[in-house]
Design a protein around this ligand. Structure first.
Ligand code: FHN
Length: 509
C-alpha cells in the first residue's frame, strides 16, 4: 500500500486578546476592582530594591576560615546562639545614611525598597518594644527603619516595604530548632506566644513607620507554619492596613523557587520567583522575580561574582516583557555602605532608566510569544497602544521585521531621543529601517505606536502522531500559548484557508 503524505495547509486566523487569568485570590474576598486599585502602584512600579542587612554583615561571609557564607551564616556555620548574639555589641554602622540609600534607589529607577526588618536570625532593624534583640541594643542604637521611612518621605517617589521572616532562629517560642542546636532546649517553648510576638511586631512595623507598601514574608516553608496561620496572618495585616500588599510567602502555597502560588486557596497578592525568571508571562497573575547582584543576599566580602550591568538590564526588560516586577538585591556592608560593585551597577541601570523608563513602568506583557532579537513590552493608551521593542541584537541588515501584527502602525521612533524610525507595513508584516549602529548596544528601545489594542496573529501548530500513514491519521491543531478566544480555520486540499474555511473544533482525521 503506498504511503501517502497529505499536506495540511493551515493559517491561523486569530485575534488573540489578552485574557485575565485567575488572580491570586487572597485569603479574604476582595472585589477585583478594589484589588486592582490596591495593586496599581506596584504594577506601575515594576522595579524595586531588595536590601538584606543585619548582624550577618559583620562576619561578611567568613567564619573559621570558610568564606562562602551569607545571611544564613548562623545556621550554615552552626554558630551557637550566645556566640552569635555577641555581634549585637559590634553592630555600629556609623557610615549608614538613609537618604543616600533612598537616593541611590531612586536614581537607579527603583520605585520601592524592601528591607529586612527581621531575617531568619531574629535580629530586628528597628527599636521594637517586643524584644531587646534589636538595633536599640547595639552601640548604634538608632532606629534604622525609622530613618529610612523619614528619608522616603523626604525624597519621595520610593515606597518603603518590609521583608519579615516568619522563621526565627532566636526567639525561644519558635518551636523548631536547627538540627545541630543542642544548646537551645525546646522546653517551655510556646508556639501561640510566638505568633502573638510576630503579630505585635508586625503591628509596630505597619503602624509606626508611615505608608508601608508591601509586607514581604519569607521563611514560611518549615512545618512550624501552617496554611491556617498563613491565611490568618494575611487577614491580620490587611486589617491593620487594608491597602497593604502581601507576597505569597505569608502562606504555604508557593511552589518552591519558581515562586508561583499553586492554588487560589492560598493567601498572597503576588508570586515570588527567586533567582529565576518564568519562561513566559502568566496573564492576569502578579509576580515579582527577586535576584542577587552576586551570589549572596547578605554581604559577603569575598563574593565578587557580580552580574554585569548588561545582564541586569536585559533581565529587567525580560521580566517586564512577561508582566513581572524585578526586585534587585543589595547586601550592605557592616559599616552601612553599599558595596562599590553594587553602586556601579545601580548607576548604569539608572542611566538607562532615565532614558527608557517609560518602556518598563506601568507596562504589561508582550503580545508576541517570542521575538528572537529582544523583548517587547506594551502600554495601552485607550484608542492607541505603544509597543516597546527592546532590541538586544541589532540586525546587521538594519532591517527589523515583525510578522503577524494585525494593527495599523501610526508611528515608530527611538524612545531615547525620539528619532523617527522609517517603517513599512505590508499585511501582517512590519519592517523597521533602523540606524546602522545600535544607539545602546545593551538595549535600544524602539516605540511602535499602533491603533487599538495589539492584535497579534499566531500560526497554529499541526500535531500529528506519525509522519507517514496508510489510510487515515489523526491531526490536532494548537496555538502557542493556548487558544483563548481564537477561531482556527483550516483546509486539507492544499489551498490557503480563508474566513470561509472549516472551523477547527478538535482533532480531525
Ligand atoms: O532563606 C531566605 C534567603 O536568606 C533570602 O532572604 C531569600 C530572598 O528571597 N529568601 C529565602 C530563600 O528562599
Amino acid at each position: 500500500m503506498p504511503t501517502a503524505l497529505y499536506r495540511l495547509t493551515l493559517a491561523g486566523i486569530l485575534a488573540l486578546t489578552l485574557y485575565t487569568g485567575a488572580a491570586q485570590t487572597p485569603a479574604i474576598t476582595e472585589p477585583p476592582a478594589q484589588r486592582d486599585q490596591r495593586m496599581a502602584w506596584w504594577r506601575e512600579a515594576r522595579f524595586g530594591m531588595f536590601i538584606h542587612w543585619g548582624l550577618y554583615a559583620i562576619p561578611a561571609g567568613e567564619w573559621n576560615g570558610a568564606t562562602n557564607y551569607g545571611e544564613w551564616i548562623r545556621h550554615s556555620a552552626q554558630i551557637p546562639l550566645e556566640t552569635y548574639d555577641r555581634f549585637v555589641h559590634q553592630f555600629n554602622p556609623t557610615a549608614f545614611n538613609a537618604e543616600a540609600w533612598v537616593q541611590m534607589a531612586k536614581d537607579a529607577g527603583m520605585k520601592y525598597i524592601v528591607i529586612t526588618s527581621k531575617h531568619h536570625d531574629g535580629f530586628c532593624l528597628w527599636d521594637s518594644k517586643e524584644t531587646d534583640f534589636d538595633v536599640a541594643s547595639t552601640p548604634f542604637r538608632r532606629d534604622i527603619l525609622k530613618e529610612l521611612a523619614d528619608a522616603c518621605r523626604k525624597i519621595g517617589g520610593v515606597k518603603l516595604c518590609f521583608y519579615h521572616s516568619i522563621m526565627d532562629w532566636h526567639h525561644p517560642d519558635y518551636t523548631l530548632r536547627r538540627g545541630w542546636e543542642t544548646d537551645r532546649p525546646l522546653a517551655g517553648a510556646d508556639r501561640a506566644r510566638f505568633i502573638i510576638y510576630l503579630k505585635k511586631q508586625l503591628k509596630e512595623l505597619v503602624t509606626n513607620y508611615g505608608d508601608i507598601g508591601v509586607l514581604w514574608f519569607d521563611g514560611e516553608w518549615e512545618e512550624f507554619w501552617t496554611h491556617a496561620d498563613g491565611k490568618d496572618l494575611y487577614n491580620y495585616v490587611r486589617s491593620l492596613k487594608p491597602d497593604i500588599i502581601v507576597n505569597n510567602r505569608v502562606d504555604k502555597g508557593r511552589g518552591g523557587m519558581a515562586g508561583m502560588t499553586s492554588s487560589s486557596e492560598y493567601a498572597g497578592d503576588f508570586g515570588t520567583p527567586e533567582q529565576e525568571i518564568p519562561e513566559t508571562g502568566l496573564p492576569g497573575v502578579d509576580w515579582e522575580s527577586c535576584m542577587t547582584m552576586n551570589d549572596n543576599w547578605g554581604y559577603n566580602k569575598n563574593d565578587l561574582h557580580f552580574k554585569t550591568s548588561e545582564d541586569l538590564l536585559r533581565k529587567l526588560a525580560d521580566i517586564a516583557s512577561k508582566g513581572g516586577n524585578f526586585l534587585l538585591n543589595i547586601g550592605p556592608k557592616a559599616d552601612g555602605t553599599f558595596p562599590q560593585q553594587s553602586i556601579d551597577r545601580l548607576r548604569d541601570i539608572g542611566a538607562w532608566m532615565r532614558l527608557n523608563g517609560e518602556s518598563i513602568y506601568g507596562t504589561s506583557a508582550s503580545p508576541f510569544h517570542h521575538t528572537a532579537w529582544g523583548r517587547v513590552t506594551q502600554k495601552n493608551l485607550g484608542k492607541t497602544s505603544r509597543l516597546y521593542f527592546h532590541v538586544f541584537d541589532w540586525p546587521k541588515s538594519g532591517l527589523l521585521e515583525v510578522h503577524n501584527l494585525g494593527n495599523t502602525v501610526t508611528k515608530a521612533y527611538l524612545l531615547a531621543g525620539g528619532q523617527a524610525v522609517p517603517f513599512r507595513k505590508k499585511g501582517f508584516s512590519l519592517s523597521l529601517q533602523l540606524p546602522s549602529a545600535a544607539p545602546d548596544p545593551i538595549n535600544t528601545v524602539i516605540v511602535v505606536e499602533i491603533k487599538g489594542a495589539p492584535e497579534v496573529f499566531h500560526t497554529p501548530q499541526i500535531e500529528a502522531y506519525h509522519t507517514e500513514f496508510i489510510s487515515t491519521m489523526e491531526v490536532a491543531l494548537s496555538l502557542p500559548g493556548g487558544q483563548g478566544k481564537a477561531v482556527l480555520r483550516y483546509t486539507t486540499d492544499g489551498t490557503a484557508p480563508g474566513p470561509k474555511s472549516s472551523v477547527y473544533r478538535g482533532p480531525l482525521i
